[in-house]
Ligand binder design. Structure first.
Ligand code: PLP
Length: 414
């Protein structure tokens, strides 16, 4: 594997919509295909947030009009999220600092409210925001963690899942869609199975919200995590859905904000931005999904046609429309990503969370993808700001990059 020195530069999509909104503007021209790591904040979201960083600065807990305005904005944001995920009540949503906090809150809460139960069921391919916590609980609290395996397409082993479900399980935490491969899990069915043993069912839906239609009312899902920056909202703000009637234990000790469920003064500008991002996602989901899916498929077909020994990782039948995880056999995905970056194209290898280490992706490892292929995995993830020309640009430069890397490797590696 080629070792890369230094870090890639920060990239700005050239599809900057309305870059003059608050002065400045896009500095470097580049093409951004790393939307599962984070997305560009939509300019309408920025516009919605701005008053709450200026005139509408009130504390939503204050009893005067300045505070009330912030409180009303927060209520509106809750309703915008409620509509996006099909919650029955707006008070089923609490605002958090993002996906990581929501996941931690859900799991730790379940262990508190189900004191007789000491097991967690999760999958082998969860985000570190679930797996690292589970590993910690296993080590420090003697919690038994069942990490349900997946097959070579990333599909969950239903039989192993069924076997792990017993009355010892406090919480099941299974992601809705995988961030690395886009594989979608049948969480609606999984939640019904969990209900039969009385376990709380939580889903990390950070990659699903805004990309898949979600109607929580008609499911047995008890808790759901989402994060603003994965669907064109701001970073550092997210939410946890807690179904009405599901027992809950707050993570933080502090003030009485959010009905005692999440202490701390609310991030009102972020929350307003999250709400606006939810509204936009709901509005354009069908149309954007169709468009993004066709761009993704165009890129995928083009790569498979142009480059030999290339294949796609994940479940091609149940997959997010915006994600493709492609393996270039025998060459380093890290090196492909590095050279694409030099051409102004941003994508990622393995998962963004483990970049910097040359460790193989835990997701591809769980799928038993051969190491020579797993190390050559590159993820392209799309959003509403990608255009046809972006794909054409990648297809134009990538064969040269792959050839260059193959030539620089000893034949034994290939
Ligand atoms: C990004 C991501 C998270 C973490 O969300 P943050 O808001 O960045 O903390 C959790 N789970 C999945 C699947 C993600 O893609």
């Amino acid at each position: 594997m080629i070792r890369i020195k230094g870090r890639p530069s920060v990239l700005v999509s050239r599809r900057a919509p309305d870059v003059t909104l608050i002065g400045g503007g896009a500095s470097s021209v580049s093409i951004y295909f790393d939307n599962n790591a984070t997305t560009r904040v939509d300019s309408e979201v920025v516009r919605a947030m701005l008053p709450f960083l200026t005139d509408q600065f009130g504390n939503p807990s204050s009893m005067h009009d300045v505070g009330a305005a912030a409180g009303a904005a927060m209520k509106r944001a809750r309703q915008q999220l409620q509509a996006l995920i099909g919650a029955t009540f707006d008070h089923e949503i609490i605002f958090t600092s993002g996906g990581t906090e929501s996941n931690n809150t859900a799991i730790l809460s379940a262990l508190e409210v189900m004191p007789g139960r000491t097991e967690i069921v999760t999958s082998a391919v969860e985000h570190p925001a679930v797996l690292a916590l589970c590993g910690y609980l296993e080590k420090t609290r003697g919690i038994k963690v069942h990490r349900i395996p997946v097959d070579q397409h990333g599909r969950i082993d239903i039989d192993a899942y069924r076997t792990a479900l017993t009355h010892h399980v406090a919480i099941v935490s299974i992601m809705w869609a995988n961030n690395e491969t886009g594989t979608i899990f049948p969480v609606v069915r999984l939640s019904e199975m969990a209900k039969k043993v009385g376990a709380i069912f939580h889903t990390d839906a950070v990659q699903a919200v805004g990309k898949l239609p979600i109607d929580l009312k008609s499911t047995a899902i008890d808790m759901l995590s989402l994060s603003g920056h994965k669907f064109h909202g701001p970073k550092g703000v997210g939410a946890l859905f807690i179904r009405s009637g599901v027992p809950f234990h707050a993570l933080f000790k502090g003030g009485h904000q959010q009905r005692d469920r999440r202490a701390g003064t609310e991030n009102t500008p972020g929350i307003v931005g999250l709400g606006k991002a939810a509204e936009l996602a709901l509005e354009c989901m069908d149309e954007e999904n169709r468009r993004v899916r066709s761009l993704r498929d165009h890129l995928e077909k083009g790569l498979l046609a142009r480059i030999p020994n290339t294949f796609v990782n994940g479940d091609l039948l149940a997959r997010l429309p915006n994600t493709t995880n492609v393996s270039f056999e025998g060459i380093g995905g890290e090196a492909v990503q590095f050279l694409l970056n030099r051409k102004g194209i941003a994508c990622s290898f393995g998962s963004a969370c483990t970049s910097g280490s040359s460790l193989q992706s835990h997701v591809l490892e769980a799928m038993k993808i051969a190491p020579t292929a797993a190390l050559g995995a590159v993820r392209f993830s799309f959003s509403r700001f990608n255009r046809e020309e972006d794909v054409d640009q990648v297809l134009q430069v990538i064969p040269g990059i792959v050839k260059k890397l193959q030539d620089s490797f000893p034949a034994a590696v290939r």
